[in-house]
Structure formats: C-alpha cells, structure tokens
Design a protein around this ligand. Structure first.
Ligand SMILES: Cc1cc2nc3c(=O)[nH]c(=O)nc-3n(C[C@H](O)[C@H](O)[C@H](O)COP(=O)(O)OP(=O)(O)OC[C@H]3O[C@@H](n4cnc5c(N)ncnc54)[C@H](O)[C@@H]3O)c2cc1C
Length: 547
C-alpha cells in the first residue's frame, strides 16, 4: 500500500512499484493516513494479506509515522517504510523510535533499480519468511500448556520455518484436522504438512528430517568446524567459507543462538531501524551457505578428543566428525529459576526467553517478565504488543544499572508495562497451566499472589561447556579460557606441549578456538561475538600454517 497526499509523488511510487512487482503483488494507493487505515481494515475484512505500507511523512491530518504506527494494529507483520525528504532525517529518526518503521527511504529514489528495488526486495523477502497464507502450509495442533507443544513451536520458530499454531481448546479448525486424520489426544502435538502427511508427537530431529534438512556431513575431514550457530559461529562460517577453508557449522538446536530469540536488536552496526534476531539469522545463514559453508541442525556435539593434529567431535546421534581446527561457540543458556512450581510449568506457562515464540498465544492476557537486562526489556516490549498487562519483576530498585537507556525509555512510554522493583519471583502455581504467581518483596519478605498466565524468565545464564574435555581449561564458572588467560591458568603447562604461546582466541588445546559468550571475558554482545568469530578464521589459518 502506498500513501501520499501529493498526487504526483503517489503516481511515481505506484508506477515504479507496479513496474517490478505487479506479477506477485497488487499496489493499492491512498491519499491520506485516514484513507489508508480504512483501506487496510477493508483488506483485512476480506481476508487479504498486506505485505507493506509505504507512506510519505509530511501529510496533512496524519503524519506518515503515526499512520505506520497505527497500521500495526491492523497488520502487525506488514513491513513499514517511511518516505522522507533528505532534510527530514529528524522525522525519520523519531518514526524509527516511536513507530518502529522497518526502513526509511529518501526522496527522490532514482534510479529505482539502485535505490528502491533492492530495499523493497529485501523487505518483501523478510515479510514472506514470517508470513504464511492462511489455510496453507505447515500447521501444528496441540495444547497451549503442553511442554511438548512448546518444544516443537520453539524448534520451528528458531529454524525459521513458517507454521500456523492451532490450539485444540480454542481453534475449531484444530478439531476438524484431528478428526480427518484420526489423531487421538495422546498423540498431540501433531504436525500437518501441506501434502497431507502428519507427524504425531514428533521429536525435533524427525521434524527436521521430514522438512528435508540435512543431518549428515558431506566430507570426512574439515578445515574448520564451528560448534554452535549463534552470531560467533555464523560469522566464523561466513569468513571460513569465503577464505577457502572447508567449513562446517552445526548447532544442537537451530541457527541464531540467543540473538535469534531477540525480538529486536537495535544496537548492531548497520541496522539503523533495528533488526529482529530471526531476520539477522536468516541473512547470516544464507550468506554462509552461499559462500560454501555447510550447516547441520539439530545436531549436538557431545564430546571432543584430539588425535595428533586432528580433532574428533562426538555427535549426539553416535557419529563422529573430524576437523583440523574447531571453534567452540556454544554460548550460554538460561539456568533454571529456583522458585517453587517452576520445573512443573516449564514449557507450559513458564518460558526461558521464548517471548517471540509464545507472545501471540498470550494476546489479551496478563504475563510476568523476570529479569532486568536488555533481553528482558526486549522481551517485555514484544510481549506488550499482545498481552494486556506485562509486569517486569526485578530485585533491584530500578533498571538503570542493567538495561540500556533506549529500552528504559521505550518501556516508560508503554502503557501496559509495569515495573515491579525490589521484588522476586517466589512461586508459580496453577492446575495444569500457570494461573498465579507469588511475588516476594526483597525488603521485608512479604508475599503477594497475583493472577497471571505466563512467566518469561530472562535471568541466570551459564556457559554451555559441559561437553568439553578437561584439557580445555575453563574458569570457576565454566567459561573457556583463551590466549594469555589460558596460559596463566593452573595446569596449563601440563597440557600445552607446543614451543609457542597460544594464539589470542586459542584455548589450552592447540587448534581449538573459542569465541563469543562462551569465552571467559566475553562482552555478551552480538557485535563482539561476530567480531571474535570472524577473527578465529584468520587465527585458524595461522595455526594451519604452523602445523
Ligand atoms: C533475548 C536476548 C536479546 C538480546 N539482545 C541483544 C541486543 O540487542 N544486542 C546485543 O548486542 N546483544 C544482545 N543479546 C546478547 C547476544 O545475543 C549474545 O551476546 C550473542 O548471541 C552471543 O553469541 P554466541 O554466538 O557467542 O552464542 P549464542 O548466541 O549463545 O549461541 C550458541 C549456540 O550454540 C548452540 N549450542 C550449544 N551447545 C551446543 C552443543 N553442545 N552442540 C551444538 N550446538 C550447541 C546453541 O544451540 C546456540 O545456538 C541478547 C540476548 C538475548 C538472550
């Protein structure tokens, strides 16, 4: 949909867009914000999908930024583009902050082949990756409160597979599908494929196989294997493949790591309007594969042994992989929250991260976010789009020391988010689902019970290093030591038999590198994980030249 009060500009955008996209899309135009919102509601009532709203900023009645913000209520997934004059950068920045626009285009956009189409192509590809025409594609039927349902939802979402979730208790279509296929309640969750095939209560691996994902390595020996496909592993795969190393990337769950679960990363260089974790992951993985890296998931690495210059990786399915160099990029995972009732409800009302996966299921409901870091802030902002009431529970008096100011400001402006300072989660309770939480004051220990339907936990992380042998020296908390830190560690000289010192990101085992959040002293940022992952490729070349 194109919106502009200036008939000439409107006609020009419309002409350019139609010249390129008319085979797949219809271009609808409107002369004002109000007209555009009416047209969007009309499209919605007809059941049509809307891919993009492109609006001029300066319009009488309603500014473009406001229109784009309001269009979210009607079509939350549509991409939003603001058209501004070069001199209007202020307006564009305001709209990015307040209306969450996906892109701003400066007028004029000639030649469109260079300045308009590449942007629109990318935004349409993003939209297509997230949206699925109703009634088509993959459908997952299950109970909202079942751990197994959450596991498959999380698997599909993290692996960037579009699907439609149908709650058996709420969705009439779910019942029809189950009856037609003869699926019993004990067999839920059930995954319905477009070709009529059904998987009953599947394991993620079976889903991956049915989706045609490769789970077998195509070579016997690699130059570089990156274990963990978060930002660090993805960056290593991009640089490894582009610099001529035979590179394999694998992940026990899905690509993206912690960053993949972020609803909006606003501080990664080069994305002025922010980028969702899933979008960054989709692009990075495509880039790595296009350059020649191989990617396998879900495939967990369970052990490592060193055999001369070769590293043997033990895989969760019993097989083995051999590589000359490897990167430990297994990042961090949330630690279980100690409050009573949490284990029984995990995956069924208590979720670790997972705001983007579960938020739509809590539309109009009350939820709690536990934690005061940036991940909690992003989670709360995303949940607030759907939930009626979002409470952020933190032990500190405020968010200043733990959250970036841009998120604190966004939260302050969001009416349905409330901060509960000096408070901790003491218990979760409910009959087969979360119905109540007990919140305890950290000042006087007094408790209050409140009705909420979900708890999203964003605190307590631990490095994922249990699979590494003792020779890979770690600190007391389990983070991997590299370079000089490894050299200074107790027991280093017993393990390290080289004449040289370890390279900067090299661990106490020659040719085994570590990067990103798993490394002692890491910065816990997407950019630093990407930087370290990229550096490892250069260091791997250096190591290979030495051997
Ligand atoms: C919700 C959220 C929001 C965030 N927002 C921001 C932000 O806005 N800006 C910012 O800079 N940072 C942000 N961060 C932090 C950032 O995401 C991390 O610093 C970054 O993801 C670390 O990357 P990594 O590659 O080191 O590890 P991770 O992202 O933790 O990835 C590790 C990967 O290894 C895999 N793995 C683990 N063990 C194994 C095994 N044995 N075998 C195979 N695979 C394994 C995991 O499945 C995972 O995919 C956010 C984090 C979270 C959780």
């Amino acid at each position: 949909m194109v919106v502009d009060d200036d008939p000439q500009v409107l006609a020009a955008v419309r002409r350019d867009l139609r010249s390129r996209y008319r085979q797949e899309y219809t271009v609808v135009s409107a002369g004002s914000g109000a007209e555009a919102l009416d047209a969007a509601r009309e499209l919605k009532s007809r059941g049509d999908a809307l891919a993009m709203v492109l609006s001029d900023q300066r319009m009488p009645g309603m500014l473009g930024g406001e229109l784009l913000a309001r269009s979210r209520d009607v079509y939350p997934l549509a991409r939003r583009v603001l058209l501004t004059a070069y001199t209007d950068i202020e307006a564009a920045i305001k709209a990015i902050n307040e209306a969450h626009v996906d892109y701003y285009l400066a007028k004029p956009w000639d030649p469109p082949e260079e300045r308009l189409f590449p942007v629109i192509d990318e935004l349409l590809a993003d939209w297509q990756a997230q949206s699925l025409p109703e009634a088509k594609g993959l459908r997952l039927v299950g109970h909202q409160w079942a751990t197994r349902s959450h596991a498959i939802k999380d698997f599909l979402q993290s692996n960037l597979v579009p699907y439609r979730w149908l709650d058996v208790e709420r969705d009439p279509e779910a019942k029809t599908l189950l009856e037609a296929a003869g699926v019993t309640p004990e067999e839920l969750p059930a995954l319905f494929f477009e070709d009529g095939a059904v998987l009953r209560d599947p394991e993620p691996r079976a889903v991956a196989e049915r989706l045609g994902k490769s789970l077998s390595a195509s070579h016997d020996v690699y130059d570089l294997v990156a274990v963990g496909a978060g930002p660090a592993g993805l960056a290593a795969a991009v640089y490894g493949a582009s610099e001529g190393l035979r590179t394999l990337l694998l992940d026990g769950h899905a690509p993206g790591g912690q960053a993949g679960s972020s609803s909006r990363i606003e501080n990664y260089l080069g994305f002025p309007t922010g980028v969702s974790g899933s979008e960054l992951t989709r692009r990075a993985l495509m880039q790595a594969q296009r350059l020649g890296a191989e990617f396998l998931a879900p495939l967990e690495v369970t052990g490592l042994s060193v055999d001369g210059g070769y590293k043997r990786l033990k895989l969760g399915d019993g097989r083995e992989l051999v590589t000359k160099t490897m990167l430990v990029a297994t990042g961090m995972a949330y630690r279980e929250h100690p409050a009573a009732g949490v284990p029984e409800h995990t995956g069924g009302g208590v979720y670790y991260g997972a705001a983007t996966t579960e938020a739509p299921a809590f539309a109009g409901r009350r939820v709690v976010v536990v934690g005061g870091g940036n991940s909690a802030g992003q989670g709360a902002m995303y949940l607030a789009r759907y939930a009626k009431d979002v409470q952020i529970v933190i032990r500190r008096a405020d968010l200043k020391a733990t959250m970036s100011q841009y998120l604190i400001d966004q939260i302050a402006k969001t009416d349905n988010i409330r901060l509960r300072p000096l408070t901790e989660l003491a218990g979760v309770d409910g009959d087969g689902r979360v119905e109540r939480v007990t919140l305890r004051s950290v000042q006087d220990g007094s408790c209050r019970t409140e009705d909420v339907e979900a708890v999203f936990v964003f605190i307590g992380t631990r490095p994922r290093t249990d699979w590494l042998p003792a020779d890979v020296i770690r600190d007391a908390k389990g983070f991997v030591l590299t370079g000089r830190d490894a050299m200074a560690a107790e027991g280093f000289s017993k393990i390290w038999k080289q004449q040289r010192a370890p390279l900067p990101l090299e661990t106490s085992v020659p040719g085994v590198f570590a990067a990103g959040d798993v490394r002692a002293g890491a910065m816990n940022r997407v950019a630093s994980a990407v930087g370290e992952g990229s550096m490892v490729v250069r260091l791997a070349h250096e190591y290979l030249a030495l051997t």
